[in-house]
Design a protein around this ligand. Structure first.
Ligand code: GLC
Length: 472
């Protein structure tokens, strides 16, 4: 099948969150299965053109946008069997992937520019991700004539909390009719809702989240629309790039290891303690956090439980940036607990990998989590996750105390500080217990297969269903 991906970010070109990991590795996995895959990405100002050998000369189009036409160029590069087209225009590419005043227009233009580039020979499937690429879905879905007849659309929700709501004027600009949807306010356009309403198939990144978003608690106001489209809604759990995240070959870590011989992990722990200025103590339970310090990720619980964890002899390494009020609290923690807590505000892929390798345990108390990649990467490094049982975390983490034979982590159900403290205490207890149980748990986690292999096949099946539905 000929498949086109459209997304705002993809590793290694531009990465803000988990979407980049998926858009940077699922296309490769599909290409490996023999599909012809092209990924469209905005050429953001932050993308290093020299490093990625982005050609200066490229095909150019005049893209209709409102009353005007915008000159857009389409330089492309190849990576692991995938063609990557970096959609280039001063009106799209900026210093930041998100957070510019005109994000709505930038991404609407991106959608229209992709649509124009596909016109002459449309693919079998257009697979758009999150609100930034959402308006591409109704553009394609409405084009039933001529060459577009067979093209099916798949829309994947990575995070329902961001819907791209904006003024309805964007519809005329991008080339869509103005008819209002029930979920839209007067004069409002909700790109995510429009993609959900018009895609042949809607998917999200775990089966559990696909069920959760049908409820008012997780549906972000779109639960009614999603329930209407329930027959077209699927959940496929994400994989991870197991060549990037591989303790046996990771160039960022002090010592390499695998499930058969985990001795290198102790050296990575020591190296992390030294790097972070923590007390070098092989027996102290070392907890890692890699993720944005925002409400979704449970930063309130993390902030409430950190003093408890440190008082009980744990150590904590945190890498992430986020909500300024929480950043301030964490800076104060870092001053107060110098030898026990190492805080790095920002993002650094190499440090993230040293944390995955050096930590014993990994904290993810997310309030909601469509899939979550941190717990999957942790498994790969034999680092045991402690998670709130929600979304993809509930789907992939089995509590050891509830299921001693198959357990691979610790989880708690009620979103409260006490429940999180209790899970942390159980995890520290298990870590400190002598005997074979902890090494066996580490090995079990490391032996799980979270590569894209299985999920890429499920996407291919999903595309076939979408194509069938489109032509019926
Ligand atoms: C979003 C979600 C996260 C998911 C990622 C990739 O960042 O919040 O749960 O893993 O997208 O699908």
């Amino acid at each position: 099948m000929k498949i086109v991906f459209a997304a705002a970010e993809a590793a290694p070109y531009a990465k803000v969150g988990g979407l980049a990991d998926v858009a940077g590795s699922l296309p490769q996995a599909l290409a490996e299965l023999g599909h012809d895959v092209t990924l469209y990405l905005p050429l953001h100002g932050t993308i290093d053109r020299a490093r990625f050998a982005v050609p200066a000369r490229a095909p150019v189009r005049s893209v209709p946008f409102g009353a005007a036409h915008v000159r857009v160029s389409y330089p492309s590069v190849a990576r692991d069997g995938v063609r990557v087209v970096l959609v280039s225009s001063a009106r799209i590419g900026r210093d930041r992937v998100y957070g510019e005043k005109d994000d709505d227009r930038r991404y609407a233009l991106f959608c229209r520019a992709v649509y124009e580039d596909l016109r002459e020979s449309p693919p079998d499937v257009v697979h758009a991700h999150d609100w930034h690429a959402a308006l591409l879905v109704p553009l394609v879905a409405r084009s039933r004539g001529g060459t577009w007849r067979r093209t099916a659309t798949v829309f994947t929700i990575h995070n329902l909390a961001y819907q791209g709501r904006t003024n309805a004027a964007i519809l005329a600009r991008v080339g869509l009719p103005r008819a209002r949807m029930a979920v839209e306010g007067p004069n409002e356009c909700n790109p995510m809702a429009r993609a959900i309403a018009s895609a042949d198939i809607v998917s999200t990144v775990s089966e559990r989240y696909a069920k959760e978003i049908l409820t008012p608690e997780f549906g972000e106001g779109l639960q009614g629309l999603l329930r209407e489209r329930k027959g077209r809604l699927r959940g496929i759990v994400n994989g991870i790039d197991t060549t990037v995240f591989d303790p046996a070959a990771d160039g960022h870590i002090a010592a390499r290891y695998d499930a058969a011989d985990t001795s290198g992990k102790a050296k990575d722990k020591e190296a992390l303690q030294v790097e972070g200025g923590l007390a070098v103590d092989p027996r102290a339970p070392l907890f890692g956090v890699v993720g944005r310090l925002v409400e979704q990720k449970g930063v309130d619980l993390l902030t409430a439980s950190a003093p408890h964890l440190l008082a009980k002899g744990g150590q904590l390494v945190v890498l992430g940036a986020g909500d300024p009020s929480y950043e301030r609290k964490w800076k104060a923690f870092a001053r107060r607990y110098g030898r026990k807590l190492w805080l790095t505000l920002g993002f650094d892929a190499g440090l993230a990998q040293r944390i995955y390798a050096g930590a014993d345990l990994f904290l993810m108390p997310s309030r909601f989590e469509p899939c979550g990649l941190g717990q999957l990467i942790s498994f790969r490094y034999g680092t045991i996750p402690v998670v709130h049982a929600v979304g993809g975390l509930a789907e992939t983490v089995r509590d050891v105390d509830a299921d001693p034979e198959r357990g691979n982590g610790f989880s708690f159900s009620r979103y409260t500080g006490e429940a999180f403290d209790d899970a942390i205490d159980r995890a520290m207890g298990a870590y400190r217990a002598d005997g074979e149980a902890w090494p066996a748990l580490m090995r079990r986690a490391m032996e799980e297969d979270h590569s894209w292999r299985a999920s890429a096949k499920r996407y291919a099946a999903l595309y076939r269903t979408a194509v069938r539905l489109r032509s019926s």
